[in-house]
Design a protein around this ligand. Structure first.
Ligand SMILES: *Cc1c(COP(=O)(O)O)cnc(C)c1O
Length: 451
């Protein structure tokens, strides 16, 4: 049975179930796998003929061992992965893999939907209840709220900065009701985050059973390996050929999914970690020195406006180093190995916009700001590493362009079509007015009253 350690190494190792239900390790580190299971070559070669949810089962069953019986795990994955991943080839060797077909039209649906079902399964078996606290700058809150909606043993409280998210993003959280409560805070994302952190560390709330569904929860990352295997199986022409992945990155949960897949045996030539102007990671790869971007820069690819990515601790851990939650490195990672596997480029808003416009002019297809950062980085890589020109690449589109109507309109003078899933949410009534919360004390009382 695989165990999980904390990236701070100051708390006992736990099993998958404990890591998932707890969210964050008790020493404020992040749970990370002690060892990564390997998939055989034959299994990976066979993925070409399997459906998405079948690949999902093959991958996830490696992690849950026999805590969830195969029959139940298959049901969970079929139910969670009830949407498709279109892949479109734009040049001989360059494809885009669309991860935006889930109910909230962002790639976060993958992790959130599978995590929700796994948590729900564990809680039913144990007959326990938990409260999930999530601070969101926009997309996470919606994906989590929609994924956990209606689950009887889980209450979700989402905090969002009232004036910094779009109407659609707010409606993804406020039109649900039942076990979902969304609280608009008069402040910034950081204020929401700090209320959540205080609650996690509050001894008075110990018995509430607080947990998280952000990408600090390892149960969000493991499902994010699935689309790497799926995308790979759909673009390769020869068995075992290596592929390049360009991954729009903010908190680095998406990239971590890829790195886990790679360590499971997925043939990868290179990961391109595509960031916006929040460039702590590419600077680290270059210099070996980690400096957060403080305060984080506001870019149009807003889900990637992260100055101190939480999953950076896991990347460092994977490469045999150690960094704590404040960003202090206690042990240097194997930088050469890191550089061998990953390159990273920072893309300005100006280039992001240019990329959206150029892409439309060349291919008559709209990409959104996060995917555009990924595509712009792939272009840099293609121009720089000519010797890699025969390797196929996959660039991830992580959201639907309809989530950014104003930016798209101003760049190419077109309003992107809204997918059905978003239209449904857009037309729903908000059944919940924002709750007035002005202090931690209010927030704590609110949590205590809700349970
Ligand atoms: C969250 C998000 C990202 C960044 O993913 P990380 O796992 O935080 O690196 C990129 N694009 C979109 C649309 C997102 O919602």
């Amino acid at each position: 049975m695989i165990k999980y350690h904390s990236t701070n190494y100051d708390t006992p190792h736990v099993d998958f179930k404990t890591a998932v239900l707890r969210g964050q390790a008790l020493d404020k580190g992040l749970y990370m796998l002690n060892e990564i299971p390997k998939l055989s070559r034959d299994k990976i070669n066979n993925f070409k003929s399997l459906a998405l949810h079948e690949i999902g089962f093959e991958v996830i069953s490696e992690f849950v061992d026999d805590i969830i019986p195969d029959h139940d795990l298959k049901i969970i994955l079929k139910d969670a992965l009830n949407f498709s991943i279109p892949i479109e080839k734009f040049r001989k060797n360059d494809s885009i893999c669309y991860l935006d077909q889930g109910p909230t039209a962002s790639f976060k649906d993958f992790g959130a939907r599978i995590l929700a079902r796994i948590m729900d399964y564990f809680l039913k078996v144990d007959d326990k209840n938990i409260v999930i606290l999530t601070a969101t700058s926009g997309d996470t809150g919606g994906a989590v709220a929609q994924a956990f909606f209606g689950m009887k043993k889980i209450r979700v409280i989402v905090l969002f900065p009232e004036n910094e998210i779009s109407e659609l993003q707010r409606k993804q959280m406020t039109t649900l009701g039942k076990n979902i409560t969304a609280i608009g805070i008069k402040g910034k994302f950081d204020d929401c985050q700090s209320l959540v952190k205080k609650a996690f560390n509050d001894p008075d709330l110990k018995d509430v059973g607080l947990s998280s569904a952000n990408s600090i929860n390892v149960g969000r990352l493991i499902p994010q390996t699935i689309y790497y295997f799926y995308g790979y199986s759909r673009v390769i022409e020869e068995l075992e050929e290596k592929v390049i992945f360009s991954v729009p990155s903010g908190n680095f949960g998406n990239l971590m999914g890829g790195l886990i897949a790679y360590n499971m045996g997925l043939p990868v030539r290179k990961f391109i970690s595509a960031v916006n102007e929040n460039d702590a990671f590419p600077r680290f790869l270059e210099t070996g020195v980690y400096e957060k971007v403080e305060p984080s820069k506001k870019c149009i690819s807003n889900a990637m406006n992260v100055g101190h990515p939480s999953n950076f601790a896991r990347i460092i851990d994977l490469y045999n180093g150690q960094i704590d939650e404040t960003g202090v490195i206690h042990k240097n990672p194997n930088l050469n190995q890191l550089r061998e596997n990953i390159v990273s480029y920072s893309i300005t808003d100006e280039i992001t916009k240019e990329t959206i416009a150029d892409f439309y002019n060349k291919y008559h297809k709209i990409i959104e700001p996060h995917g555009a950062v990924g595509w712009a980085c792939l272009e840099i890589y293609r121009n720089k590493y000519l010797e890699d020109k025969n390797y196929k690449s996959i660039c991830f589109e992580t959201a639907d362009p309809a989530k950014f109507p104003n930016e798209i309109m101003s760049l190419i003078n077109i309003t992107p079509n809204m997918p059905k899933s978003l239209m449904t949410i857009q037309n729903k009534k908000e059944i919940q007015k924002s709750v007035e919360i002005t202090s931690y004390h209010d927030f704590k009382l609110f949590i205590q009253n809700k349970i």
